[in-house]
Write a protein that binds this ligand. Structure first.
Ligand SMILES: C[S@@+](CC[C@H](N)C(=O)[O-])C[C@H]1O[C@@H](n2cnc3c(N)ncnc32)[C@H](O)[C@@H]1O
Length: 272
């Protein structure tokens, strides 16, 4: 995947507004599900098996689907384009945080999936970095280990199966940077505050955290809910940073990807 952000030109915005979003959002869900089954959509199947799971992310990130239904969803869908933009933006920010961290740089990734974002960031960094990647779903780890091998980072990653709320028990060192991309939108407010509170207990003051919100700008929430079974919590930046502030984070900076769907937010663990 190249480093250039994906954007929607005027013609594509028009088609999206008058055709694809209304069709996806308002045609009967059984028809759309039937079409996706007929088109052998791997993206839809991945979401039906594990809504919002790591596999559907990888299909969007990879951007080279074989089935026609997936070519439409992955290349034409705003959400897939925004996901790739988020990957580019978050990995770029993480690279610069790794480069400026007090050595040795140690990343902690929550709800990491296979680790596509942190591995890309580590590969582009000028200094070595170790990473602990935590996910409930260990199915992501074989794919992640293979990706790490291709980047030459096998010795630097540790995959841990577990709930991020138990993070205190999984770490044997304080992290220099924490990545929490692709998870807050699947959590309710109280879960975010609980996880942030656990994190604040293990992060040194001044350490950064990288997270994201999601807005309604993708225009396909009804499609996601009715057809893919994907129930995301949309929040503006202020709502997400207010939750993180309750757990002791602050000094937030906001970085928008150009489609306006995701903001990637960098915050810091404040002095207690
Ligand atoms: C949408 S995927 C994101 C994967 C990766 N961070 C990315 O952005 O590509 C969300 C991941 O969070 C994991 N997850 C959700 N809740 C979790 C929890 N409480 N503890 C650990 N992992 C969790 C899921 O298993 C899933 O792999």
């Amino acid at each position: 995947m190249d480093d250039q952000f994906e954007r929607l030109g005027a013609a594509r915005r028009l088609i999206k507004g008058v055709l694809t979003d209304p069709v996806g959002n308002y045609l009967p869900a059984p028809w759309l599900k039937g079409l996706l089954r007929l088109g052998k959509s791997e993206l839809a199947a991945a979401n039906w098996a594990d809504p919002g799971g790591w596999r559907s992310m990888v299909i969007s990130y990879d951007g080279r689907p074989t089935q026609i239904a997936d070519k439409i969803l992955v290349h034409g869908g705003t959400l897939s384009m925004a996901l790739r933009n988020r990957l580019r933006l978050a990995s770029r920010l993480l690279t610069s945080l790794i480069n400026t961290a007090e050595p040795p740089a140690r990343a902690l990734c929550l709800g990491a999936g296979p680790g596509c974002i942190i591995l890309r960031a580590m590969a582009q960094a000028d200094v070595p970095c170790d990473a602990t990647l935590v996910d409930l779903n260990a199915n992501a780890f074989a794919y992640g280990r293979e990706l790490a091998r291709r980047y030459g980072l096998s010795e630097r990653v540790r995959y841990v199966q577990g709930d991020v709320r138990d993070i205190g028990k999984m770490l044997d060192y304080p992290p220099s940077v924490v990545k929490m991309i692709g998870i807050c939108e699947y959590l309710d407010d109280s879960q975010i505050v609980e996880i942030a509170t656990r994190l604040a207990e293990v992060m040194p003051a001044g350490a950064p955290i990288v997270m994201n919100n999601i807005t309604h700008k993708h225009g396909s929430d009804r499609f996601c809910r009715r057809v893919l079974g994907l129930h995301m919590n949309h929040r503006d930046v202020g709502q997400l940073t207010a939750l993180m502030s309750m757990a002791g984070f602050g000094r937030f900076s906001v970085h928008d990807e150009p489609l306006g769907v995701y903001s990637v937010i960098v915050g810091y663990r404040l002095e207690a």
